[in-house]
Design a binder for this molecule. Sequence first.
Ligand code: ZN
Length: 467
Amino acid sequence: MAENKPKNDVMEKIVSLAKRRGFVFPGSEIYGGLAGTFDYGPLGVVLKENVERLWLQMFRDDRDDMYGIDSAILMNPKIWEASGHVGSFSDPLMDCKKCKERVRGDKLIEEKLGIEAVVGKSLQEIGEIIKKNKITCPKCGSGDFTEARSFNLMFKTHQGVIENATDLIYLRPETAQGIFINFKNVVQTSRKRIPFGIAQIGKSFRNEITPGNFTYRTREFEQMEIEYFMEPGDKEMVKKTFDEWKKEVFDWFLGLGIKKENLRFREHDQKELSHYSSMTVDVEYKFPFGWGELMGLADRGQFDLTQHETFSKENLKYLDPMTNKQYLPHVIEPSFGVERTILTVLLDAYDEDKVNNEDRVVMRFSPKIAPVTVAILPLMKKPELTKVAEKIYKDLRKKFKVEYDDSGAIGKRYRRQDEIGTPFAITVDYDTLEDKAVTLRDRDSTKQKRVKIEELEEKIEKLLTTP
Ligand SMILES: [Zn+2]
């Protein structure tokens, strides 16, 4: 079983399987690549869509208190001054004097001494901690670094044909601000009253100094973010709402089929909190390289709307139609990363076992997110069998993600479906011509059952909805 393997081994296996089977490719590969970029292949894109669809369903469509928006990536640069990103969204950058490797001082310390050693430390302190603990360059082993300096993580670009300082803009480093600046628009055009939230999925960009661990830390990534607006002032109500979200976001990962023992909460301590937050809890996953952040739940208070009101000089207050009270809402923010979720799903699903004394690699995806739900496999490529199989394929594809495969030995075809995580496989054999039934194979147990063709749809539907 996967649990007994050396852990980094699992990461290597996932990277290789992801490429071999078309989940995730290295970015710009035929040109020698571009560090920290990845492209999603035919199966990866469906997996991603399935995960995002479930997220929208749980957090937007199945709730009475949520809306969606889709805001622009390019925004007025004043927004990033107001949000604090121009001033303080930076990492401590250091260069190894010997091999010129660029490193994040805080990460070097965190890896050696744990996160507690680095939270809230100044640039100068970071340099001192590295010297004192003889932390060395991860590439060449030298301990000779430049002083730590602040490096802003926002990607800069220019709008318009002539490049000058006045048309400098940024690629958004988070989708959250697109929600805040549209708060007034949503209030004015919709009928929900506070408390309500706005959800958005979209790309964000951060010029990370050290991207790595496959798709865990990348410079271009997708976020699934929610800003939840409520009346300020009532601390107990805020705490209660925060705790409700805490449960919801954890349940979301369990709903994807992630094993509970690989998930945990981690509360940020006072020094570690971002400039905008008074309370943050991460959901972490036990990655092969250690526990790592999967999503963050932050109490942002009134920080962002206050800032935007000041910088834009627009009145952003909410007028309660029942009480006539006017206020800037208190905000709770659940923020998820799509790539990290996908990586987690891949790692968590990976397993190896033996079937009929043969080694098998199997991706145990939840049927709700597997890129292919049902594989249709005629036992042999004979017209009398393929005719029936094609008919089943055409019928079922209206309802499910279905793949048809009639080439090669049946055992080999099962192995391929196991490796891409297809939960169900239908085999059409010669008995089918007599009994109008097929075998339905379960990926995890490899057990096969005889099912009437006319009952297939209902049967699969049932299997999909039972956990
Ligand atoms: Zn070095």
